[in-house]
Ligand binder design. Structure first.
Ligand code: HAS
Length: 545
């Protein structure tokens, strides 16, 4: 990678690592406060810390890392950026950074304690909303730069199959453009006028629906870069070929179709949305599970085929052939394993009847700590461990590699303890998003306390793991020996097979995506305008339900 592109990628990584430190510290404080072991100093609220934790980790760290990684992936597979494309990505970076600074300032001043799901009825200072809007606009600019590079490649190689990684980046970005219109609309047309006092009331139901139209696709915006690494990078690291290029493209196409028209599965307990539309979106949610199952199949097939090719015997003999002493493999692998229970928990959440048991309990927090905070983030760490030396012209050493593996294992231990306790006690009704309380001496609430202590133990181990990530990062960025670390990209076993043309027919992809969104959302959103749910407009500001 050229020096100037290395700088561009690293700028994103620096922001991501700073976010990890701040957000991780906020997470540690939360588990300590929730378990009753720590009291925050006067003037700092539990929900303020929770807002910092959610926004900095779930929204800012992920977006910067993803856009940096995707930029590197497009450069690696399509070639150098044009000056215009590079400028667009830099512009996007700065706009996001300014937006983040504005939003963060308001949160620190306690003027935007609205959690990372910042829909109504919680209200923030207008500067917070403008800041978040800038983060979205900045991400559009950066994504546009990447998509332009992919389009340029397509133009220069008419009739040829595009590089898999760049195709995946294009899918993720198109999904991002379409879904972030939801959050942009609620911020621009509802939250900003409300926060400025231009309107007295806004429709809470509509605000939540527009947020979740964006919010569920957001989780796939996090997941797909991890899948990019699983499909296209990890096979190269183990010395294998990916199972199938066509299958990978097909799975990404299905994510584009089904990631967005499913947001109402976050609102299954809400009045004001007709049960028919909840049913439709639950069915679509089960459709979005299919590409994940295809991914699981493909990964097993890649690992097993490689092992058998080099002559291992027995049902699981191939497991021994995997590179267990290479952090670039071990961390994403732990992520894959975590995604099995994480995804299974998602199926529970999406099943309407079981959702009644787990909704708004700390089970949900357990679910997303397995999915985004383990499967995705461990894959991102594993990716960082070759991407940073690749961008800075250094190489991984044996000692750093060992530390990186230890970091991944610590993460797995800490998260199993914390997320396990969250899942378990969630089933006994322990609420999410609540600080330490005995609920007036309630016997049931007393049973939750030991599990909150277990969560704090897990959280502490995770924080130690974060310190290890920072050490590895600093080593790789500034002190590791100079050299050349490749950006690993694997070939597929069916490389020579003809590609299914429709997976790259963008008119077809966009028409199907929009048609499914219209089917899933036209009537429920229409009903909100024509027949607002009782009390929707009058829930008032500042209430936390
Ligand atoms: Fe979720 C809530 C349903 C996946 C994140 N989810 C959340 C929230 C977050 C989140 C952040 O239906 C909380 C939002 C909030 O603040 O309120 N989720 C699902 C479903 C899936 C799913 C059906 N979620 C994710 C992913 C996330 C994520 C991915 C982040 C990256 N989720 C829900 C629902 C709610 C929800 C409801 C709302 C609940 C409520 O009431 O509030 C599916 O996509 C999951 C499909 C995946 C699988 C697993 C396939 C397995 C694979 C592993 C391969 C591993 C291999 C390892 C091959 C079925 C791909 C090899 C191993 C060897 C041993 C060799």
């Amino acid at each position: 990678m050229s020096k100037q592109d290395g700088k561009l990628v690293m700028a994103h990584m620096y922001v991501a690592i700073v976010c990890l430190i701040i957000g991780g510290l906020a997470g540690l404080l939360q588990t300590l406060v929730r378990s009753g072991t720590l009291e925050l100093p006067a003037g700092i609220g539990y929900y303020q810390i929770l807002t910092v934790h959610g926004i900095i980790l779930a929204l800012v760290l992920t977006t910067f890392f993803i856009l940096g990684f995707q930029t590197a992936a497009v450069i690696r597979t399509c070639g150098e950026l044009s000056p215009l494309q590079r400028k667009l990505i830099w512009l996007g970076f700065w706009v996001m950074l300014i937006g983040t600074a504005m939003a963060a300032t308001m949160v620190l001043l306690n003027k935007a304690t609205v959690l990372y799901t910042f829909y109504a009825p919680l209200k923030a200072h207008v500067i917070f909303y403008i800041g978040m809007a800038l983060v979205v606009v900045g991400s559009w600019l950066s994504a546009a730069g990447q998509v332009m590079r992919y389009a340029q490649w397509k133009k220069e190689h008419k009739g040829q199959k595009s590089p898999l990684l760049s195709y995946m980046v294009a899918i993720n970005n198109v999904m991002w453009f379409v879904c972030s219109i939801g959050v942009a609309s609620t911020v621009l047309f509802q939250m900003i006028p409300w926060s400025l006092g231009l309107v007295e009331r806004i429709d809470v139901s509509l605000s939540r629906t527009l947020f979740w139209y964006f919010g569920h696709a957001l989780v796939y915006f996090w997941l797909l870069p991890a899948y990019m690494a699983w499909y296209a990078v990890v096979p190269k690291i183990i010395g294998a070929k990916a199972f199938s290029d066509n299958l990978a493209r097909m799975s990404f196409m299905l994510f584009l179709f089904f990631s967005i028209p499913v947001g109402i599965h976050h609102q299954l307990t809400e009045p004001g949305i007709d049960v028919t539309w909840k049913y439709v979106q639950v069915v679509l949610t089960f459709m979005v599970v299919i590409p994940s199952l295809m991914t699981a199949f493909s990964l097993f097939a890649t690992f097993e085929a490689y092992g058998r090719n080099i002559g291992t015997k027995g049902l699981f003999g191939w497991v021994k052939t995997l590179p267990w002493s290479d952090a670039r493999f071990v961390l994403p692998f732990i992520g894959m394993v975590a995604f099995i229970p994480g995804g299974a928990g998602g199926l529970v959440n999406a099943s309407a009847q079981m959702n009644q048991v787990v909704h708004n309990t700390i089970w949900i927090t357990g679910h997303f700590h397995l999915t985004v905070a383990t499967a995705v983030i461990l894959t991102f760490f594993g990716t960082m461990y070759w991407l940073i030396p690749h961008a800075t012209g250094r190489v991984m050493t044996k000692v750093i590699n060992k530390l990186a593996i230890a970091q991944g294992i610590m993460w797995a231990i800490g998260m199993s303890i914390m997320s396990g306790a969250m899942h378990y006690v969630g089933l006994f009704g322990a609420p999410r998003r609540s600080t330490f309380s005995t609920y007036g001496g309630s016997e049931i609430a007393a049973e939750w306390i030991p599990y909150q202590v277990i969560q704090a133990i897990g959280g502490t181990i995770l924080f130690i793991s974060i310190i290890m990530v920072v050490i590895v990062f600093i080593q790789l960025a500034f002190f590791a020996p100079k050299g050349y670390e490749a950006f690993p990209v694997s070939e597929a076993m069916d490389e020579a097979a003809p590609v299914y043309k429709f997976v790259e027919n963008w008119k077809f992809l966009i028409v199907v995506t929009i048609a499914l969104i219209l089917v899933a959302y036209t009537v429920p959103i229409g009903q909100m305008f024509m027949d607002p749910p009782p009390g929707a407009a009058g829930m008032g500001e500042g209430k936390l339900w």
